[in-house]
Design a protein around this ligand. Structure first.
Ligand code: NAD
Ligand code: UD1
Length: 355
């Protein structure tokens, strides 16, 4: 029997791509989303791409009743938990909304999971938990600190998961710390669809390229980097999706091992506990390098101007991806070229997103 996975936030940018990868890997999926930052159109496109209807529950993770009903109706092996709000600037002006949605919502989800004895979770964390890194590449043992409510909400959830694992060794909890997800499905049918003017670099560049925005502001050209602009570890969203499949396969292996060991002997084999893993490529690309790659791949000019640094930005950030490789057997395959090609395909076929 195929294992069934509850995918909270499965209608969103990373969720839709991961649902396709999970389906291709043989998992059954149920999407649970309140559509606060996504639409049914995205779910329909995923259904078309996988060639079958998707099970979708419209619900909020803070609504314990609707969540419980999902666990009554389905026997889940585990949960991939994408749902959350993610705009850093908005989190500064609406901290309660962010803590309520991202932290309280996760607590409600964990309580319902415990009630139904589903104790396998993959959580969407972020490289933002590393704050301003003391060394590069950043590995999972680096110290953690955040300067905005969005980042704090990710860090608080990580602390909650750590405490939960310490309190009860039957939990298997993986926090995947994403670096900078970009790109789109190679079909051009699903991709990132920001509600408003994008905050992040890649969607901003692609909207300038397609003529929706006039010019890019590059936040600072005086960083101690290769060309003075910020350096980030951009990762293709389909590589990221495969990282979730690898994490789920790993959880499944561990749970199988725990079961067979407990049948064979009285001693229990240890659970995964709390396991943080970076999902990045390990390579840094500067803002100017990305602009130049996107411009040559799309054949469009990307006008830009240098402005002052954005508050809270750091100079450079890229991952050590050794742990993902050693533990999950996963590594990113796609380059900046594919990231730009696929973003441009999605943006040019869908200039107004899913509308
Ligand atoms: P997204 O906004 O596209 O997807 C999130 C989904 O969650 C949306 O479909 C939204 O409607 C849903 N949602 C939000 N609050 C909900 C609630 N209370 N109940 C049910 N559904 C809810 O974002 P994304 O880029 O796909 O990010 C997915 C996750 O990864 C988020 O937790 C985000 O913080 C994290 N993350 C994203 C990035 C990035 O750059 N995109 C980087 C690091 C971490
Ligand atoms: C940002 C968030 C981070 C979040 C991540 C994914 C901040 C400070 N950090 O990361 O918490 O996890 O998005 O949602 O907001 N840039 C420009 N012009 C732009 C946009 C960005 O020059 O219009 C530059 C930035 O200064 C940075 C780089 O591009 O050097 C990448 O920015 P962005 O895509 O916003 O990602 P992060 O800042 O890494």
């Amino acid at each position: 029997m195929k294992n069934k996975i509850l995918v909270t936030g499965g209608a969103g940018y990373i969720g839709t791509h991961t649902c396709i990868a999970l389906h291709e890997a043989g998992y059954d999926i149920v999407i649970y989303d309140n559509l606060s930052n996504s639409s049914c159109a995205a779910i329909k496109r995923v259904s078309t791409l996988i060639g079958q209807p998707l099970e979708f529950i419209e619900g909020d993770i803070r609504d314990a009743e609707t969540l419980r009903q999902a666990f009554v109706d389905h026997q889940f092996f585990g949960v991939i938990h994408f749902s959350g709000l993610k705009a850093v600037g908005e989190s500064v002006t609406k901290p309660l909304l962010y803590y309520n949605n991202n932290v309280s919502g996760t607590i409600t989800l964990l309580e319902v999971m415990r009630q139904y004895n589903v104790k396998n979770l993959i959580f969407s964390s972020s490289a933002t938990v590393y704050g301003d890194p003391k060394f590069l590449p950043i590995d999972e043992s680096s110290s953690r600190s955040c300067t905005n409510p969005y980042g704090q909400s990710k860090l608080i959830v990580e602390y909650i998961l750590e405490d939960l694992a310490l309190s009860d060794d039957s939990w298997n909890l993986i926090a995947l710390r994403y670096f900078n997800p970009v790109g789109a499905h190679p079909s051009g049918q699903i991709g990132e669809d920001p509600n408003d003017i994008p905050n992040n670099l890649m969607p901003y560049i692609s909207q300038v390229a397609v003529g929706k925005l006039e010019k890019l502001s590059i936040f600072g050209n005086d960083y101690p980097t290769v060309d003075g602009t910020g350096v980030r570890d951009f990762i293709h969203v389909t590589d990221l999706a495969q990282g979730h499949v690898a994490a789920l396969n790993y959880l499944q292996q561990q749970v199988d091992l725990q079961r067979s060991n407990s049948k064979r002997s009285s001693s229990k084999s240890s659970s995964v506990g709390f396991l943080p893993i970076n999902l990045g490529t390990g390579k840094g690309t500067s803002v100017l390098e990305l602009v130049s790659a996107f411009s040559s791949i799309s054949g469009q000019a990307i006008p830009y101007q240098f402005t002052s640094r954005r508050v809270g930005d750091i100079a450079s950030c890229y991952a050590s991806s050794d742990k993902a490789k050693n533990v999950l057997g996963w590594e990113a395959k796609l380059s900046i070229t594919e990231m730009c090609q696929d973003t441009w395909r999605w943006q040019s076929i869908n200039p107004t997103g899913y509308d």
